[in-house]
Design a protein around this ligand. Sequence first.
Ligand code: HEC
Length: 92
Amino acid sequence: MKSRLQIVLFTLLFVPAALATAADTAHGMTLAQQHCTACHDNGVYTRENRRITTLDGLRTQVRRCELSLGLKWFDEDIDDVTVYLNESFYKF
Ligand code: HEC
């Protein structure tokens, strides 16, 4: 019984927090489709000699490309696009 109570408590306490901070992949995909195909298509994410080798590096590159567009995205937008690119292409 005790362990079941712990699971219930864990679920109540932590799952909503996790959901609230989880990146929104669908939003990331929308942003990327709207803004990120002017200079390169999705092919750069999967090309053989792609430059990005870590999740941190991916986030930095998303920020760099976003800045060159002058979009002024929030950190959450950068996160959403980073997670979308990672889940769809990079898979770090
Ligand atoms: C102003 C042109 C431009 C736009 C718009 C642009 N990028 Fe880029 N992006 C580049 C260039 C240039 C490179 C480097 C290509 C190379 O190294 O050959 C690059 C590379 C990348 C890479 C690394 C690819 C690899 O080698 O692994 C990622 C990730 C990336 N861009 C994401 C984005 C995202 C996300 C957006 C939308 C916010 C975006 N880009 C919009 C110019 C742009």
